[in-house]
Each structure stands twice: as C-alpha cells, then as structure tokens.
Design a protein. Structure first.
Length: 481
C-alpha cells in the first residue's frame, strides 16, 4: 500500500474551530434509532423519498411531509409503495406522534417545522446517517466545493474496471438510502455535499476525500466560510487510525483546519500544482493517459488514483480506468466544432473557482458565456485570465450589471442576452477558427432556466441546431455546383 504523504500528527495552535462544527444536540445517531417506530420524513425529493423507501422496507410506519410541491415522479413512487404524504405545508399534528424525524439535506436546520418538532421532544436524523445505520460495507466519501461528481465518478469507474462490487450515490444522482433499499454492496462511493455532512453523527468513511474549499452556499452558513469549511471537515470526524483521509495540500483553508482538528485517519496530501509530471504508473514509470482534460481534472485524477492504490487496485486497472472514463455531461463537455470553433458546455461551473480552471484549460482565444443568479461572487481571481484570453464576454442572465461592471476594464467586448439561441449566433459571428466558445457561467441558473442541466441542454441544442443549419447550407451549395 502507498500512503501517508503527511503524518497524522496534530499541531497545537491557538485557533480552535471545533465549536463551529455545529453539532445539533437534537440529532440522533444511527445506534439510537428505534427500529419499531413511526418515522416522519421532512422533504420529499431524492434523499427524502429514498429514506422513506428504506424505512418502509424495514417495517417502519412512514409519513412524508414537504413544505413545497412534490414532483410527480416522487408522488407516484410514494403512492406505489403505500407511503402517505402531504405537500405544500406541514401539519404538525400529523407529525408529532412519530418516534423520530428524518431530515432531507435540502431542508435547512433553521426550518420552522424542525424547531416545532424539536420543541415537542422529537429528535432528528439525517438521510445519510439513517442510511449509514443499515450499511455494512466499506465507504469512500468525497466532498469539496468543486470536482465532487467528477472525482466520485472516476473512483467508481476505476473500481468497476477492477471488478469490485461497488455502487455510487449520495449527492451523485441516487440517494444513499435508495441504493440500500435493494443492495448492500461491498463498496459504496458517496458524493457528499456540505448539507449532507451537516447531519452526520456516527457516519464514518473508510476513505474520505476532501478536494478543495472555496466560497459556496454561504447563505446556509451565516455567510462565514469558516462554518462552511468546518462542515466539509466533518468528513473526517469519526474516522479512526485504520481509515484514510485524502486532501488537497495546496488549499490554505484545508491546511488550517487539518492542523486544528484531532484527525485520526492516515493523511494523504495530494498536490494540485505539479502539472508537468502527470500521474506515473508504478509498473512501467510511464505517465497514465487520462481521458478528462485540464489541471483541475489532473488533480481529481490524482485523488482517485490515491484511493485506488489504498484499495490495492492494480496499476493496469488504474490505467484502464483513467483512459476510459467518460464524465457526466455539463462539465467541460465538448459539444461540437463549427467552422473550426470549438463549443464547450461547462454549465455546472456555478462558481468562480470552477470558471478559473475552465478558462485556464483552454488554448487560444475565448468567447466566454457567463452569468445568471449571482451567489455573492468575487470575480477578481478571473481578471488576469479574462485580460489575457477572453476576447468577448456574452452575458446570459436577467441582471448582468455586476458581471459587466467587473469585466468592462478587462474584456474588449461585452454583450448581453437572455436567449440561448442568440448567444450561440452571436458567438458564431464573433469567433474565428481556433477560438473556443465556452458556457462557464460562474452563477446559478434559476433566473432563466430550471437548473444547470436545463441551461446546458439548451446551449447544446442551440449549438447543434447551428451546426446542422450550417451543414445543410453547405449541402445546398454543393448541390448547386
Ligand atoms: P461538484 O460535483 O463538486 O459540483 P463537478 O465535478 O460537477 O463538481 O464539477 C463542477 C465544476 O467544477 C465543473 O465546471 C468542473 O469543470 C469544475 N471542477 C471540477 N473539478 C474541479 C476542481 N478540482 N477544482 C476546481 N474546479 C473543478
């Protein structure tokens, strides 16, 4: 086994963040869950419905309650499984006779329904903690501000390539609880958001990966990045010295917390900066071929390889996995090339850090499509890149004032639009062969779209339409010759 770039010693220091770990004394841990009981689930999307199904399967009496409208596909599932539910509001009388409450990660701790139930003496458990109480295999948990899905998917892919019995879930599509309704695999790869980590008590991963911490979701953390970071670090909280903790050595916040907290797991620091050396096979000392591009993905791949080596996966399976991995869409996804101009969909880049990596990964001039709902962004880390590489910024948002104001000194041409098709037409007019048009918004999508998937899909569709129109024009011209 290859491990321990850093030792597991704890440095003494005068700062202590352990109080910001936000333990909620009202929360149950997995061992305290009464198995013969009525359970109430607050929030009925993927996690809540997954928890409801797992609870039902384990003979609980289950009731689901959602403050908003429940999506039809989830309502149908609840009905099919004879699970009663309510939507568009909580009826406290229907909830208080439960033994305990399972809270979906999307419901903030400050939600009025939770404090009402707490006051009545009801205690809560999160969906992740509830699932954990049923799982007996080995857990690989991945968190961070950016790269969770990519890294989780790559780890899963390498493990599958090696023939292991592994499932993937959590923040990655299928909820942990739902997977456990019909499987208990040897290994579980879990992508975890900070909201999911907020609710853990006993949850312990055999291998934890912490990729990076940059400002995101601060509205749920009293606008204090220290609270958000403390939440991410909870991934190490219950680890023992048998476990492994893989982290970004170049991330100042992570380093600071690592030196404060009594982390027991074996530490593996991973380098983000060393771009020349790629990742080298221990078998033949050659660099692995990695299917996903960009410096950030080299770092993500290094973390995945670290996990694979801890699991003693062979170097040849690692090589195969790295070369054949196909990432989820909307992450630096190459859509098409039109007139020598490459179109990239990076709709999932909803914060400044992700955009910085995206712009940096591109060679040649860039036409940058950005904007949407601003999450309190500080754009200054992008100014140098914008000045050097971006020849035009097309703002795709309802309110673009901040974006325009931030970049008017650095980018010669800024155009605003609220229509994806005209964004693509404008980009085609402005670009010349060798340029790249990238949708990498740095913002949330909710001003104009359902979500980042909808935004990315509309962008891809518009690009493909333009490509088809161009091809049919060329076909018509050829026919006339
Ligand atoms: P998450 O699941 O954490 O949101 P994704 O893998 O979905 O992460 O990637 C989200 C965005 O962040 C994409 O635009 C991607 O190109 C970018 N990204 C991926 N890995 C990293 C990383 N290590 N550091 C910074 N940005 C990254």
């Amino acid at each position: 086994m290859e491990m321990n770039v850093h030792s597991a010693e704890h440095n003494e220091s005068n700062k202590d963040y352990s109080n910001s770990m936000n333990f909620d004394s009202q929360e149950l841990d997995g061992d305290e869950i009464d198995r013969n009981n009525k359970v109430v689930i607050i929030g009925a999307a993927e996690s809540g419905v997954g928890a409801a199904l797992l609870a039902k399967k384990n003979k609980y009496e289950v009731f689901v309650s959602d403050y908003g409208t429940i999506a039809d596909k989830y309502k149908d599932e609840l009905k099919e499984n004879n699970i009663p539910f309510e939507e568009k509001g909580h009826t406290i009388e229907k909830l208080i006779d439960a033994g305990f409450v399972i809270k979906s990660p999307g419901v903030p701790d400050t939600a009025a329904v939770l404090s009402s139930l707490n006051k009545k003496g009801l205690r809560g458990v999160s969906e992740i903690e509830f699932g954990y109480s049923f799982y007996s295999g080995k857990l690989i948990a991945i968190t961070g501000s950016n790269g969770k899905t990519t890294t989780s998917g790559l780890i899963y892919h390498i493990m599958k390539t090696a023939g292991l019995d592994v499932e993937i879930g959590g923040n990655y599509g299928i909820s942990f609880a739902r997977i456990l309704t019909d499987k208990n695999p040897d290994y579980m790869v879990l992508e975890l958001s900070s909201f999911q980590l907020d609710g853990i008590q006993k949850f312990r991963s055999d291998i934890a990966v912490l990729l990076n911490i940059t400002a995101d979701h601060l509205d749920r953390y009293d606008y204090d990045i220290m609270n958000y970071a403390a939440s991410k670090l909870r991934i190490t909280e219950n680890q023992t010295k048998e476990d492994h903790y893989i982290f970004n050595v170049n991330d100042d916040l992570i380093s600071e917390f690592n030196s404060q907290l009594p982390i027991r797991a074996q530490k593996h620091g991973v380098e983000t900066q060393d771009y020349q050396n790629g990742i080298t096979s221990k078998e033949d000392a050659k660099q692995f071929e990695i299917s996903i591009k960009g410096k950030h993905n080299l770092f993500n791949a290094r973390c995945a390889v670290e996990v694979a080596r801890i699991l003693e996966i062979s170097e040849s399976d690692i090589a195969k996995g790295l070369a054949t991995f196909v990432n989820e869409p909307h992450r630096l996804e190459v859509v098409a090339t039109i007139n020598g101009v490459t179109f990239i969909n990076d709709s999932k880049a909803t914060n400044v850090d992700a955009v910085a990596y995206a712009l940096d990964a591109i060679e040649g001039d860039i036409i940058w499509v950005a904007g949407g709902t601003d999450k309190g962004n500080d754009y200054s880390p992008l100014y140098d890149l914008a000045k050097e590489r971006v020849k035009a910024l097309i703002c795709l948002g309802v309110d673009n004032k901040k974006l325009v104001h931030s970049f008017e000194r650095y980018i010669p041409l800024i155009i605003e639009s609220t229509k994806v098709s005209s964004v693509v037409d404008t980009a085609i007019d402005l670009a010349k062969a060798g340029d790249t048009v990238i949708l990498s918004p740095a913002c949330a999508s909710f001003d104009l779209f359902d979500n980042y998937v909808d935004r990315g899909d509309q962008f891809k569709e518009a690009v493909m339409k333009s490509k088809l129109a161009k091809l049919s024009r060329r076909g018509a011209e050829d026919a006339e010759c």
